[in-house]
Design a protein around this ligand. Structure first.
Ligand SMILES: [Mg+2]
Length: 367
């Protein structure tokens, strides 16, 4: 596969409501997409970053800079036989995994189109339909969170995730659990706690949570292993797992029961699959995490969510609950309240609507 040209699109799409996690709040979806051309085909990829370091260390600006100076020239420098070869070349530069994942996704999209096969199938997906669940941001009061959960349940969602942080945690979880005693409920702290909070977190065992996601700092795999010994609630790592090595350390330290694999966070689908396979061999359950973004980003997540060890619901597919609009010609749709079809079209299944893209593009340029 020879890439002839790459165009970057910096976009800004309004959110329906601000999205707050323990790290802060976003009010618009700022992002960056890449269109990679090979002959008459176009492959799309999206870097799931924001204007500032919010969830990710990387930003729209850093992704654009790295793509312009390093990754796009590398990508156009030769004819790649497969995505492994591209990944190996990208790995010659440290970090910047959100940027790499975006361009890798565009390459997969092209590869699937060229082989007339879906990326999900190329990557060994075994599901044609996956369950998806909402992620409810931090609200001002427990009552507001209970109301938001109620809205999601009324739409047919089953697995409910709520964001928590110090001061917006125990009372919120208790209120939701009392209002809905039987739902599958999990919490995500996005790094907000420290070992000094172990007693507080241990008290949440009373709420029968499906899991607690990333309670401690992303660098604290060791302290997660100590927490895991203290609580019955399953521990899920998200931000801590950037690489296969991180996953291997977490497995060796018995630091978690579950790993949320974010394709964007680990540098793309090749790396995501390696982490998936390591977790599967170690008896660690996976699910595919999401980030607020356009339907282009969702395509790669759905391809991964079809993998055999991804037996817990994904966050992907529900960005429309946050985003005021999308740029796909055929936005992803949820059926039966909480299910989404794994795309079967050749490539990633993410045809971009040019008019919609133009509407939300704040800058574009050839790399
Ligand atoms: Mg998370």
């Amino acid at each position: 596969m020879k890439i002839d040209s790459i165009t970057a699109y910096v976009i800004r799409i309004p959110l329906k409501t601000p999205f707050r996690i323990s790290a802060g709040e976003i009010r618009t979806k700022d992002g960056i997409l890449f269109a990679c051309r090979s002959g008459d085909r176009v492959g799309w990829g999206e870097a799931a970053v924001d204007a500032v370091p919010f969830y990710a260390h990387e930003t729209v600006g850093s992704v654009l800079d790295l793509a312009k100076t390093v990754l796009a020239p590398q990508m156009m420098s030769r004819d790649f036989a497969d995505t492994e070869a591209l990944t190996t070349l990208f790995d010659s530069h440290r970090g910047n995994r959100f940027a790499k994942a975006a361009l890798e996704a565009a390459f997969w999209d092209l590869l699937g189109q060229a082989r007339n096969t879906s990326v999900a199938r190329l990557l060994g997906g075994t599901r044609d339909d996956v369950e998806t669940g909402p992620s409810i941001g931090i609200k001002a009061t427990p009552e507001a969170t209970v109301a938001a959960v109620g809205e999601q349940l009324a739409l047919g969602r089953r697995r409910i995730k709520i964001k928590v942080c110090p001061g917006k945690d125990t009372a919120v979880i208790r209120a939701v659990r009392e209002a809905y005693p039987d739902i599958t409920l999990m919490v995500d702290a996005n790094n907000a706690y420290t070992p000094a909070d172990f007693d507080r977190i241990a008290a949440w065992d009373a709420f029968d949570l499906q899991m607690i996601e990333q309670p401690l700092d992303e660098g604290d795999i060791y302290f997660h292993s100590l927490l895991k010994q203290r609580i019955r609630t399953p521990v899920c790592l998200d931000e801590s797992i950037h690489t296969l090595h991180d996953a291997q350390v977490a497995i060796a330290l018995r630091a978690c029961d579950i790993v949320n694999i974010k394709v964007c966070r680990v540098g793309g689908l090749v790396h995501a699959r390696r982490i998936h396979d390591a977790c599967q061999a170690a008896g660690i359950v996976n699910w595919i995490g999401s980030r607020v973004g356009t339907g282009v980003a969702i395509g790669a997540r759905l391809a991964a969510a079809a993998w055999p060890n991804c037996s817990l619901p994904t966050d992907a597919g529900l960005c429309s609950m946050y985003m005021a609009d999308d740029i796909l010609a055929h936005p992803w749709t949820v059926h039966d309240g909480c299910h989404i079809k794994v795309p079967t079209a050749a490539g990633m299944g993410t045809a971009v609507d040019e008019a919609q893209l133009k509407r939300y593009t704040v800058w574009s340029g050839a790399l």
